[in-house]
Design a protein around this ligand. Structure first.
Ligand code: SAM
Length: 311
């Protein structure tokens, strides 16, 4: 399923799954610099800059649009789609947290927070605690880099440096998490890096730790046939060559493309939650950011943004 992963693998910000956090932060930096941004992440550029050299630099490069004019239109569409997708995804989950805060939830858990700067950039009501779970070196990099730039969190931010395949509920409680209080959870950019059974286990634990009134949100992992994966790999190679992008990360080799992964909304509905989802393709259209891409005919290839509330 995943050729570069083992059950106990670890990473820092610039390697393996850690580097994917830099890529998505670079996409947020790019969006923030647009004249019509869907989201603003003023810390993304700082966080990417400190992570060293990598593919992500191309996402930051403002001149890339000029270089794209001579590129194959398919490559342009894929690159634009990739950036738009990240902006729409961030926008969706920013809105989820705004709604949860408006509903009075003051306990937030961001699973696999990576370089997510929401604890620093969203308008949290007083008394909000944001728990961030990720691998120790990832959390450490973010906190140190932002502190060096005198950036302070808006909410009370608590780090939970633990792998989500280990006993993270114990680590979360140790940092002060209170399971008797309603919580708003987020799993964004995470589920594709977990095998199917680890996804189920994750949401079993989230369910156990969620008081009535809690909310959960997640980006589901799309599924691709092996043939489709190969096509995507070839297209990406062509597109990277055209743009002069050195392929330092093979994301496909870090993800688990499990065909029997549970449909998350169905799973939540069967486990005490009231869940619904918006297909990411629909969210992109709703926000005026849809671009036709070669795999548009394959609905399974795209994620869904799921939200749920516990009775
Ligand atoms: N959620 C962040 C965002 O959207 O900006 C980061 C997404 S990034 C694509 C994937 C993140 O998942 C990385 O920060 C990585 O360290 C984290 N991650 C993946 N598997 C993990 C695990 N088993 N335990 C802890 N963190 C994990």
């Amino acid at each position: 399923m995943s050729t570069l992963r083992t059950n106990n693998d670890t990473w820092d910000i610039a390697t393996s799954v850690g580097s994917t956090a830099v890529l998505v932060a670079a996409a947020r930096a790019n969006e923030t610099d647009r004249p019509d941004p869907l989201i603003r992440d003023p810390y993304a550029r700082i966080l990417v800059a400190g992570a060293g050299t990598g593919m992500w630099e191309h996402f930051l490069d403002a001149s890339i649009a000029d270089r794209l004019t001579d590129a194959d239109p398919e490559a342009v569409a894929m690159f634009t789609h990739m950036l738009n997708y990240q902006a729409v995804r961030t926008h969706f989950f920013d809105a989820f947290f705004a709604d949860a805060s408006a509903a009075g939830i003051r306990q937030i858990v961001i699973l696999a927070s990576g370089l997510d700067s929401r604890a620093y950039r969203l308008d949290w009501p007083a008394g909000t605690h944001v728990y961030e779970i990720d691998q120790p070196l990832v959390l450490d990099y973010k906190a140190k880099t932002l502190a060096e730039h005198d950036v302070q969190p808006v909410a009370e931010r608590r780090e939970v440096p633990v792998d989500l395949r280990q006993d993270w509920p114990a680590a979360l409680k140790q940092q002060g998490f209170d399971p008797s209080q309603p919580t708003a959870w987020l799993a964004e950019g995470l589920l594709m890096y977990l095998p199917a059974e680890a996804q189920d286990r994750l949401f079993e634990l989230v369910t156990e730790l969620s008081a009535p009134g809690s909310r959960v949100s997640a980006e589901t992992a799309g599924h691709h046939s092996e043939e489709r994966r190969e096509q995507m790999r070839e297209r990406f190679e062509k597109f990277a060559d055209e743009l002069g992008i050195e392929r330092t990360i093979e994301i496909q080799n870090l993800t688990y493309n499990d065909p029997d992964r549970a449909e998350l909304a169905d799973w939540l509905n069967a486990h005490g939650w009231l869940a619904s989802g918006e297909r990411s393709t629909d969210a992109m259209r709703r926000l005026g950011r849809w671009v036709e891409v070669p795999m548009a005919d394959d609905p399974d290839a795209f994620s869904t943004f799921v939200v749920a509330q516990k009775a």
